[in-house]
Design a protein around this ligand. Structure first.
Ligand code: GLU
Length: 284
């Protein structure tokens, strides 16, 4: 298979230095391997996605010297496929509707007898309150979750990580999922699918072989590996890279407009200045 990386920003704000690092790293890797670099617009959350930000993404990436191969994939063009995959999986059992609000989960996990880790890759580790509800009884206002209790005990899924912080082979077992994740969300109310569910289908459809993204998504790989298995999709290798931090050591967020690439552009920076700022060598 052709070495294939991708950059998958959400069009919900300006790209900042952290995005530039991610995009350039994935792009340079693909070019060094004579591979493909793909661009995907992760506009799953239609309440926050804006065409203005999507256009800014194209503009900033082009200015940085990034070219992408083939057409851009937009998640909003694939909602039907996500819904169908959820339905097919539900038919095999294991997906249940969950009506718990955040405060219900907080109240349940703060009960004294619970103990253990409370936060995982998908927020608070879900205590399983709705686990016995039936798929047929779902309502539009429910989320959908995958019941990890029904996995065979000896299941041992692996993924290979090449990033600096977690290099090596990782094992995704029912026990690891229970302590790191809980029952992951497959879809939130009024959304076609959860982020973890949709990216598994997207990466597979685009034949992505190397997922290059920030270290903040390392734990999420456990959920995605599980969904790859349930959906019989291939597993790429992963490279979770360091995060670009501000002067106070905090990671950059969408609201850090001061670090927006467009702001650096306005202030007269060149693409070479940006590479320099984030510690990447000139393109070669
Ligand atoms: N869309 C995600 C984000 O903007 C990244 C998805 C991914 O790289 O897997 O954080």
């Amino acid at each position: 298979m052709t070495f294939t990386t991708r950059f998958a920003p959400s069009p919900t704000g300006p790209l900042h230095l952290g995005h530039a690092y991610s995009a350039l790293l994935a792009h340079d890797m693909a070019r060094a391997h004579n591979g493909r670099f793909l661009l995907r617009i992760d506009d799953l959350d239609q309440s926050r996605a804006r065409p203005q930000w999507e256009n800014q993404i194209y503009d900033d990436l082009t200015w940085l010297g990034i070219t992408w191969d083939g057409p851009v994939r937009r998640q909003s063009d694939h909602f039907g496929a996500y819904r169908k995959a959820i339905k097919d999986l539900a038919a095999k059992g294991g997906i249940y509707p969950c009506r718990c609000k955040r405060r219900d989960i907080e109240a349940a996990v703060s009960a004294p007898q619970e103990g253990g880790q409370q936060f995982g890759a998908d927020g608070l580790i879900y205590p399983g309150t709705c686990r016995d509800r039936r798929w047929e009884d779902r309502r539009d206002t429910d989320a959908l979750r995958f019941n990890i209790r029904q996995l065979p005990e000896d299941l041992d899924l692996t993924f290979q990580e090449f990033g600096p912080a977690h290099r090596g082979l990782h094992h995704v077992t029912p026990a690891a999922l229970q302590t790191r994740v809980g029952d992951p969300i497959v879809a939130r109310p009024n959304m076609a699918a959860s982020y973890h569910f949709s990216v598994v289908l997207d990466d597979a459809a685009s034949e992505v072989t190397h997922v290059v993204r920030g270290e903040d998504l390392f734990e999420a790989t456990y959920i995605q590996r599980l969904f790859q298995h349930q959906l019989a999709q291939p597993t790429p290798v992963y490279h979770h890279h360091r995060l670009i931090r501000d002067a106070d050591g905090k990671r950059l967020a969408k609201r850090d407009d001061a670090r927006a690439i467009s702001k650096y552009r306005q202030d007269g920076a060149t693409p070479a200045d940006i590479r320099n700022l984030i510690g990447l060598p000139p393109p070669g």
